[in-house]
Design a protein around this ligand. Structure first.
Ligand code: ZN
Length: 71
């Protein structure tokens, strides 16, 4: 399984790389026991393929203005 460890500074890059390679967005979990794959710092996160990675919508679905107004 593909996993990428990254520190906070490299989380953006790591997500980019992940999406490029896997064509889907990762789930991010806290991971403090490893090293960043981009620098020598301790990792803050691990990026993993979601369990159900048929989710091909790489974007925000349904997040806009239909029947929105909750008061
Ligand atoms: Zn880093």
């Amino acid at each position: 399984m593909k996993e990428i460890f990254c520190c906070i500074d490299h989380s953006d890059i790591a997500i980019d790389d992940f999406v490029n390679e896997n064509e889907t967005f990762p789930i991010m979990e806290i991971s403090e026991a490893n090293k960043c794959g981009y620098c020598m710092s301790a990792a803050a996160y691990v990026l993993k393929l979601p369990a159900d990675h048929n989710i091909m919508e790489a974007g925000n679905q349904n997040r806009s203005n239909d029947q929105g107004e909750i008061d």
